[in-house]
Design a protein around this ligand. Sequence first.
Ligand code: ADP
Ligand code: MG
Length: 685
Amino acid sequence: MQLSSPIHEVKGIGPKTELLYHKLGIYTVSDLLMYFPQRYIQYPEPVEMGLFQVGHIVAFRGHLVGRPSIYTGGRMPVVTCNISDGNIKIQMTWFRMPFMAKAVKVPYDQVFYGKIISKNGRFVMEQPRVFRIEQYEELRHALQPVYHLTQGLKNATVTKAVRSVLESGIWPKEALPEKARRKYSFPSQKDALSWIHFPSSTEELELARKKFSYEEFLLFLVGVRFQKMQLAKVPNSAKVSDFALQEKLVGELGFELTKGQRGALEDIRRDVSGSGCMQRLLQGDVGSGKTIIAFLSMASFAQAGYQSALMAPTEVLAQQHYESLCQFLDSHGLPFKALLLTGSMGQKEKKRNRELLKTDMPYLVVGTHALIQEGVEFSNLGLVVTDEQHRFGVRQRDSLSRKGIHPHILVMSATPIPRTLSLILYGDLDVSVMGDVPKSRLPIKNAVISPQMRTAAWKKIYKEIEAGHQAYVICPLVEESEGVDAEDAEGYYQKMRAAFPSNIRIGLLHGRMKPEEKNAAMEAFSKNETQVLVATTVIEVGINVPNATVMMIENAERFGLAQLHQIRGRVGRGASQSYCILVNGSGSEDAEKRLEIVRDSRDGFEIAQQDLKLRGPGEYFGDRQSGGLDFKVADIYQDEELLQEASKDAVRILKDDPRLEKESHAEIKKRVQEYMKQRGEIAGL
Ligand code: ADP
Ligand code: MG
């Protein structure tokens, strides 16, 4: 067995199981080793039998009283017995595990671990795991890996496979330069791998995690910087240097640009009139007004005779951008034409628009990201703007340049990270940061409430609607789901319709609706034909309805905090006072504390950082919220220092060996290539 061997060579993995691993993206032994746990669990300290609560997973010490009995219930063997700690007795039940009868029949105390349920007024533990006391003590200190799974694959199965590979003594070569390893006293590859899968303490886990985070940052940054060196050479083949019209448009906007918007516009002007091709990131928190910068830029290109494209991550957003763009062109009396291109458009219309793009007309195109990949031919594309995409995949850039076009590129992102980090993470781009929001905005008022206060919240919504405004209500689920105790958009929509007077119109929007239905629901809301929009997180990015002043989020505890911040950004976009109501559906105090972070802060970066502080060890790889800057292990909020260090090291490495040709860089070169390919950002080394 080697690192590159197919996964079925691992002991215990047959052809059927192999397919399940494939579903998780695990094809080789090396993939399996690098498939890190999503989180870890720690066995709890044993409690006294009287002190546990029904529904909780607990451990306690006790011994067998009487004899275990075996009977056959519904064709399966069932073992039951009573366990006592000297005072209280609890019933244990095992299904399909007849051997447990023997396992409990020992003359000493054991530890029983499982979920306590109540059955016919008695406490029962079903399918408990049984340990010798010393064995349990040992386990208590260790963290048990929990892997992300797919149906049919059990956690224990993956655990066993990983263990067997680790025991066979093969692991990937060290990629980090010796110097870095010594400088940070990182553990060896072997230790780091066994500690990340099977840490015997949180300290071990942290050491391993730090090493892999650093490694991941380094691979990424070397790749990105290498890219930048390649791309810097693209000459400007769509020069635009007349901004008189743009300046006139700015004067007609009806509002004054913020300092950040001004700065961004000037950066862009400098780029597009210069000698090289623009590769710029425009970063601004939700509501900072990025769209208008895109429109103004696109107008300049049209005036200079070039086509431009604005790409959005969802159809709903593309549709909305298209409508605002048409309105923009119209209200300023501009002679240019906007075109829409989305997947759900009729074939005929799509074809017609594609044909139009082949002509020399300087169209302003709006579409989904698929727009460019779908083989659209532009006659003279001068500018590509991507909205709400955190990194413009080099693959996309590549697919354009292979067609012989080198448009200017503007990436717009709302990821709330400080400028210093942006400069590092987007090392292949120049960065403009818009740090301010329009002056006319009032800060959003926030509240965390319990479901009992829902009626009061609805009254608030009603009052806002009477004042001419609109409201969003976000639910975590689309439809009612058995076993999940959370609000669903469809049920909620019915409830609200029943509760509100019929002159208040309520809309519904969720991911399972057809694209046309989604567009219609969004359009009705943006025209104030519906006053309330009950939705799932489909509205998370980009949607702009400035007249909406209330954002109510049901089961807010189920969302990541950075995500809540993004969702909240859908209100507070106009001049009126806006409100965000976070409903804590769980009643848990921990959830309350987390939600209070969002309530009390307006700073997305701070929110993400605070969120991490509240989490315990072993929750590291849970739902990280790096806003599209997805790293497997590393976390930009938690590992800021490592990132800074890795960045310096990346620069040093490439300065010393720009093409990574030295023998000592062979491994890192290989890994950078693999890593960037995985990310869809070919490093081309
Ligand atoms: P985001 O940066 O989140 O994409 P948008 O571009 O959608 O934000 O802008 C939000 C709203 O703010 C829009 O309705 C837009 O017209 C308005 N807006 C943009 N710039 C300004 C400004 N300088 N002053 C007032 N309103 C502005
Ligand atoms: Mg936007």
